[in-house]
Design a protein around this ligand. Structure first.
Ligand SMILES: [Zn+2]
Ligand SMILES: [Zn+2]
Ligand SMILES: [Zn+2]
Length: 658
């Protein structure tokens, strides 16, 4: 039971060898490569249990399949132009659009059309990334404002034309998993601005199937390859669904008759030191298990609400599912249920216990409630993050956890997200947290950083906040000002949070980098982008104060300096860089206090804010300089996509009362 794998060098050679019988055959594969997870319907992994069961092997394929000395001996998806799947190019009416599907698709892309392409784990929408008009049209039809699109190109050299690639990044790009890598954009490349507006990074991947190699190459240098879905629904993978749902989006469909059984989005990673920093763990990695410390009972862990992924764990293995998405539509809820039964079938693990988030209103919590007859364990969100990082590092005992995150339901019912926890799988205590601030307007504050900026500035300047000559306040009218002051004074519709993500939003707002976001994390991503270009000369001040619920990392002095520097005209990149490093110093100071009182010197870093590579680097460096042993994520995402692993670990070790 392996993940889907890119095309191996032997098959690639045959693909472009005019004398080979599989010359330019888009479904070439062998025992070393090709689709696996996405085509398996049942175990054991044999052809009749895959979506290849419909295709009867021809004599030559059968000979290779049965010959122990052949590279295709027992290659279950074995196929050739005589007996295997075939390509076709359809119009949005479902009729054949061109008798030569590849040539037709390439010509359409060159003309700026949008083509849905059936890949390994589902459909992508492809468009010419050098054609602004075409990319803009895709954004319009997909109703996606600014969230970056990934690009696919066919050689490392071409990746290097577009972005800076380190030798380690090159290794991950060319690895069999074929993830999307976030790479720093090279100045002066001719990729349309609309592909990743306002972003210093480009998401780039190399081909994951022979079809991609045939599509790229001579005539197309690169294509946008973005998951074909509507808004945040799961990726489309069934032909009839794709044709129906994408009828107003794609002009043409480059498709084929090999069915996808398990959909799987592209995985997305950055490289941190020598290992992957997973943003999304899916195709190429799933269903490979994560080795974890042993647990006493089998667990089904349902994860969180955003970037949902589930985990089935038993013994010393945690099987994380593919990326499911944000659990807010009926389609994602159906997808999570399908994923559960599919993973159960593949792993043979049946849930003894169900683990879910402590949040009473998460869809995953409601789903847990509907699974009757099974014991449940509710796990606090940031405890799960901590346990997730411990589990993949196979740590036992107790540690300090710096959990810098967006939002999670706290033990006291308030919104946590900038936490210093102490504990292990069996329990935790809150040893410290970021100074709290209000979320004026509730949920809206998580989408609109200018609200967080006002909330933060209010803590510094009180009623005088709107007298400040800051750009971020310029668009706030008199009426709105009054409402803000009321909300912040009286706490109306303004819950408090210790969230690290919202603190980053506030800083991005104060510096007028981003007032409103069009996708999750945008402000923090842009703040990090600024900081990477800046220099930190002297650190900003901070405080570590005693509080009712652990120590308080007081960022107020830091923020006063941010505002002063900004007003004095200091460069934004330098302010952003100084903020990152100062926060890291402050976090390390809190850890030193916790160590002197607890004796613990191991620190795990988890939570969505650790997708920020610069922040991870600064905190790691500072903690190691202070003599801590630091553990980071390498196998599962630090964001909520990795949450289920921690939940599984905690529930698997807990004393369950039925
Ligand atoms: Zn191969
Ligand atoms: Zn054949
Ligand atoms: Zn989280």
């Amino acid at each position: 039971m392996s993940p889907d794998c890119d095309v191996c060098p032997d098959c690639l050679k045959e693909l472009f060898d005019p004398l080979d019988r599989r010359f330019r055959y888009p479904f070439i594969n062998c025992t070393n490569c090709g689709p696996r997870y996405s085509i398996i319907i049942d175990t054991p992994y044999d052809r009749p249990n895959t979506t290849m069961s419909d295709f009867l092997m021809c004599r030559e394929c059968r000979k290779e399949y049965e010959d122990p000395s052949d590279r295709r001996f027992h290659a279950q998806p074995i196929a050739c132009p005589v007996c295997g799947p075939r390509l076709k190019l359809l119009g949005s009416d479902g009729a054949i659009a061109d008798p030569d599907p590849l040539a037709g698709a390439i010509a359409a892309l060159q003309q700026g059309m949008i083509v849905a392409v059936k890949g390994i784990g589902g459909y992508h929408l492809a468009v010419d990334p050098f054609n602004s008009m075409a990319v803009r049209e895709l954004r319009k039809r997909k109703k996606r404002d600014e969230k970056p699109f990934a690009i696919m190109t066919d050689t490392l050299r071409r990746v290097e034309d577009l972005a800076h690639v380190s030798p380690i990044e090159a290794r991950f790009l060319s690895g069999p998993e074929r993830p999307v890598l976030l790479l720093r954009r090279r100045d002066g490349n001719d990729i349309a601005r609309e592909v990743a507006p306002g972003n210093d990074y480009l998401g780039i991947m190399l081909p994951s199937s022979p079809l991609h190699y045939l599509l790229l190459g001579a005539s197309l240098r690169a294509v946008v390859m973005t998951s074909a879905n509507l808004s945040d629904d799961p990726i489309l993978y069934r032909d009839e669904d794709a044709l129906k749902e994408l009828s107003g989006v794609a002009d043409l469909f480059l498709t084929h008759d090999r069915a996808i059984n398990a959909p799987c989005d592209d995985s997305v990673i950055r490289v941190f030191h020598t290992h992957p920093l997973m943003m999304r763990r899916s195709r190429g990695y799933v269903p490979r298990p994560v080795q974890i410390p042993s647990i006493a009972r089998d667990v089904l862990a349902l994860g969180g609400e955003l970037k949902a992924a589930i985990c089935l764990a038993g013994g010393e293995q945690g099987f994380m599912s593919r990326h499911i998405g944000d659990l807010k539509s009926p389609a994602t809820m159906r997808s999570i249920e399908g994923t559960i039964s599919e993973l159960k079938k593949l792993t043979g693990i049946t849930e003894g216990v169900v683990a879910h988030d402590f949040h009473p209103d998460y869809h995953s919590t409601l789903l847990a409630g509907s699974l009757t007859g099974l014991p449940k364990v509710a796990v606090q969100h940031h405890h799960a993050h901590m346990a997730s990082c411990m589990a993949e590092n196979r740590l036992e005992g107790e540690v300090i956890g710096i959990i810098f995150d967006g939002a999670g339901y706290g033990s006291d019912g308030s919104i946590w997200g900038g936490e210093f926890l102490v504990g292990g799988y069996s329990g935790f205590r809150r040893a410290g947290h970021l100074r709290e601030m209000r979320l004026p307007g509730g949920d809206a504050a998580a989408r609109e950083p200018y609200r967080m900026a006002i909330s933060l500035l209010y803590q510094l300047y009180g009623d005088a906040v709107f007298d400040l000559p800051l750009d971020v306040l310029r668009g706030v009218g008199k009426e709105e000002q009054k409402i803000f002051l009321q909300m912040l004074e009286k706490g109306i519709n303004s819950p408090v949070t210790s969230s690290c993500g919202r603190l980053f939003d506030a800083v991005a707002g104060v510096l007028d980098i981003r007032g409103k976001m069009s996708y999750e994390g945008q402000a923090a991503i842009e703040l990090e982008g600024e900081a990477e270009r800046g220099i930190c000369e002297a650190l900003y001040d901070f405080g570590v104060l005693p509080g009712n619920d652990g120590l308080i990392l007081d960022w107020l002095p830091m923020m006063r300096s941010v505002v002063d520097d900004h007003r004095a005209g200091r460069m934004r990149p330098d302010i952003a860089a100084t903020f990152h490093r100062s926060l890291a110093f402050a976090a390390a100071a809190v850890c030193r206090e916790i160590r002197s009182e607890s004796g613990f010197d191991r620190v795990v870093l988890s939570g969505g804010s650790f997708q920020n590579r610069l922040l991870s680097e600064e905190i790691l460096t500072q903690l190691e300089a202070d003599g801590f042993r630091v553990f980071t994520h390498r196998l599962v995402p630090p964001n909520d996509g990795g949450l289920a692993l921690g939940q599984a670990m905690i529930a698997g070790r807990s004393q369950v009362c039925v």
